[in-house]
Design a protein around this ligand. Structure first.
Ligand SMILES: Cc1cc2nc3c(=O)[nH]c(=O)nc-3n(C[C@H](O)[C@H](O)[C@H](O)COP(=O)(O)O)c2cc1C
Length: 234
């Protein structure tokens, strides 16, 4: 039964990819909300949660990402990751990018844990999107204002960015900064989300992003894909 459900969802996603994938996001209202509590006091706890953050000389480049694997419970993984059977796809892509560009790397950790089963997280994510919610995230442990270039990564969720990324873009002003998006998916490509980010941040420079299928992101060839994409940006 569970397998049937998962198969059905994957088939549905595959269909989204072919039918709707490149038609743009459905729900790109970027209404402002008070999300200050998500970025308030820098606590020791949040530094531990974001223990992947590493400081470098320039401190001007940040790789920041949300992955379905980024739950508060360190041993928990969502259905998305279970499908891959490995680390979160976006996390892996973020690490490949960080290996090349250096700077700091930070994960966006949701303040609530998403369900562990694929069909449940799918329902939760759909409800968030349909209700135009702004799910909160934990303190990032870094100050976005300190960075000039920000690589922003996320998985496709229901044809668009996960709503937590809407919270992210509502919370921070990227005016004058360069945003370089990247994402993983199972057929939708970027689904128009790079354009959505441009609309969120009209005063930022948003460069061409990189969309990698979650089913091939762990292939050895992805390292070269990332390198080629980065070289093309410069
Ligand atoms: C709730 C949910 C919704 C998804 N919606 C889409 C979608 O609309 N289009 C798509 O191509 N993939 C979709 N996917 C697949 C994910 O984008 C893909 O598995 C991604 O690689 C997951 O990355 P992660 O392991 O870092 O979370 C969805 C996955 C989940 C869990």
């Amino acid at each position: 039964m569970k397998f049937q459900k998962m198969t059905a969802l994957l088939l549905a996603i595959a269909m989204f990819g072919t039918v709707v994938g490149c038609s743009g996001s459905e729900n790109n209202n970027n209404t402002s909300q008070n999300t200050e509590s998500t970025v308030s006091n820098e606590t020791e706890q949040s530094e531990t949660k974001n223990s992947s953050a590493t400081k470098t000389d320039s401190g001007k480049t940040l790789v920041i990402y949300f992955s379905g694997a980024n739950t508060k419970s360190s041993d928990a993984v969502t259905g998305a990751t279970q499908v891959q059977g490995k680390d979160g796809a976006v996390q892996h892509l973020a690490e490949l990018i960080h290996n090349n560009v250096g700077g700091d790397i930070v994960k966006i950790v949701p303040s609530k844990d998403y369900a562990l089963e694929y069909d449940k997280v799918a329902d939760e994510a759909k409800a968030e999107r349909d209700n135009n919610e702004r799910p909160k995230f934990e303190d990032l442990g870094v100050n976005i204002a300190d960075y000039d270039t920000v690589y922003v990564g996320y998985p496709m969720w229901w044809y668009t960015l996960p709503m937590i990324m809407y919270t992210f873009f509502d919370t921070y002003d990227f005016s004058g900064k360069t945003i370089i998006p990247f994402n993983t998916h199972l057929g939708s490509g970027d689904g128009g989300t790079y354009q959505t980010i441009k609309e969120f941040e009209p005063n930022a420079t948003v460069k061409d992003g990189l969309a990698v299928s979650g089913s091939s992101v762990f292939d050895d060839s992805t390292a070269k894909t990332v390198k080629d994409w980065l070289n093309g940006l410069r």
